[in-house]
Design a protein around this ligand. Structure first.
Ligand SMILES: NC(=O)C1=CN([C@@H]2O[C@H](COP(=O)(O)OP(=O)(O)OC[C@H]3O[C@@H](n4cnc5c(N)ncnc54)[C@H](OP(=O)(O)O)[C@@H]3O)[C@@H](O)[C@H]2O)C=CC1
Ligand SMILES: O=C(O)CCC(=O)C(=O)O
Ligand SMILES: [Mg+2]
Length: 423
């Protein structure tokens, strides 16, 4: 067995050795079951695709309950250092207690490594049961800002000295009169920056250009949160026009044409831009967007949004294509090359240790990782095996309960089936 070598990044270019060491976090709850199946499937695909010329050399790093039990720390510095050093990692879900206790380790990993884009592709696999009539119309890439917004975790608990100071400052120094119940409020702060917005929107536009997508939609609640979500929209449009002026047509331009020449001229300008292969950069307010992804999903391609919106949108869209059991993701810093691949779902604690849940989300996150490494042949093997396995109706409980004539298998057995179907 090869000892493996490190992935390195030089001048923005990633060098991937044939036997690449990849750190992994097993995860809490159902994480160990899922990871056992997923790691086998990923390794088998690489072995099969490259006849042993390439391999993944897994290196476990600790986080969550396992880390706490072994080291007394939830997210040891060594884990962060190792991921920084080895550049790429993959993880199972980690538990976050509600209303108190430690802050999210998942969010901490993204923030510590400055993984500013959470990319969550959502598409339908033929045969996967879905609550909508045409799940195949959904083919979207969510670019969720991953380092700021409410997820920065800047908040103060009701009744504490700290929150009293904040309320006092806001009321007496800033003249705010609108805190409805100042004595009993918890307070949170929502930072949204120009830099954070620009690097996220840039990554979404770059993706759209490279992958031949038709549109990028900025999703925000800028009518209500004017200087955070509204600014996100404005900065997004400005960036698109400033850096990609000849490659995009924005709805900001459209509105200007409406004002100067009327709607017909604006429609014509947009049609011409589409015909010329330009990317349409548009925006939607988050509430109506959640309706439109259900009623008119074909109109959306790449979606760029802030952290909280992106979290909600990911789970909502996942439902349309069969649920959270088949919803992959990647946290990426396109500037440093660091990335951590992980499912959209959480630890599903009620199924922990039952070898029951669907490992597809982590497996497909692994295929995003393989694509990122340039090991596309292995990724394709998994996609084909996934198609074949689902088509044969051999599925885990989540799909089986919605499918007629399905054979329900365990998490590990689904992994076995994928490996068997790699040809
Ligand atoms: N990135 C991360 O690590 C994330 C961590 N979390 C954390 O996970 C914990 C639990 O969160 P919760 O809100 O319950 O959300 P979960 O995503 O963990 O689970 C909710 C439900 O989704 C379904 N589900 C989840 N995973 C799978 C799977 N692999 N296969 C099939 N179905 C699945 C199950 O549905 P059903 O009951 O219908 O069978 C499950 O009960 C929390 O501590 C939360 O903070 C949450 C999201 C992301
Ligand atoms: O960190 C958590 O516990 C939840 C995060 C989450 O839901 C997500 O990133 O999608
Ligand atoms: Mg979530």
């Amino acid at each position: 067995m090869s000892q493996g070598e490190k992935i390195t990044v030089e001048n923005g270019k990633m060098n991937v050795p044939n036997h690449a060491i990849i750190p992994f976090i097993e995860g809490d709850g159902t994480g160990p079951d899922i990871w056992a199946a997923a790691s086998r499937v990923l390794q088998a695909a690489v072995d099969k695709a490259y006849n042993g010329e390439k391999s993944i050399v897994w290196k476990e790093v600790l986080a969550g309950q396992k880390a706490y039990d072994k080291t007394g720390e939830w997210l040891p510095e060594e884990t962060l250092d190792t991921i920084r050093e080895y550049k790429i990692a993959i993880k199972g879900p980690l538990t976050t207690p509600i209303g108190g206790g430690i802050r999210s380790l998942n969010v901490a990993l993204r923030q510590e490594l400055d993984l500013f884009t959470c990319l969550r592709p959502v598409k339908h696999f033929t045969g996967v049961p879905s609550p909508v009539k045409k799940p195949e119309d959904v083919d979207m890439q969510i670019f969720r800002e991953n380092t700021e917004d409410i997820y920065a975790g800047i908040e103060w608990q009701e009744g504490t000295d700290e929150v009293k100071k904040v309320v006092d400052f806001v009321q007496n120094k800033m003249g705010v009169k609108k805190i409805r119940f100042p004595e009993t409020s918890g307070i949170g702060i929502k930072p949204v920056s120009k830099e954070g917005t620009e690097r996220l929107v840039r990554s979404a536009i770059e993706y759209a250009l490279n992958e031949g997508k038709k549109s990028v939609t900025l999703v925000h609640k800028g009518n209500i949160m004017k200087f955070t979500e509204g600014a996100f929209k404005a900065w997004g449009y400005d960036l698109a026009e400033r850096e990609y002026g000849d490659k995009v047509f924005t709805w900001k331009e459209y509105d200007q044409i409406v004002e100067e020449k009327g709607r017909e001229a604006a429609d014509q300008a947009q049609n011409e831009a589409e015909e010329a292969g330009k990317i349409i950069v548009k925006d939607a307010i988050a509430d109506i967007f959640l309706q439109q992804i259900l009623t008119r999903p074909k109109e959306f391609d790449v979606v760029a949004t802030m952290n909280l919106n992106g979290d909600y949108i990911s789970d909502a869209l996942a439902a349309q294509v069969g649920g959270i059991g088949i919803a992959p993701g990647a946290n990426i810093n396109y500037e440093t090359g660091h990335a951590i691949f992980e499912a959209t779902h959480g630890t599903a604690p009620k199924y922990a240790g039952q070898d029951k849940v669907n490992p597809s989300s982590v497996i497909l996150s692994g295929t995003l990782m393989l694509d990122h490494l340039g090991w596309r042949e292995a990724s394709e093997l998994i996609h084909k095996a996934m198609d074949k396995t689902i088509e044969s109706k051999v599925v885990t409980y989540d799909f089986a309960r919605l499918m007629d004539g399905a054979t329900q298998v365990k998490c590990s057995e689904f992994g076995d089936e994928l490996i068997k179907n790699m040809d």
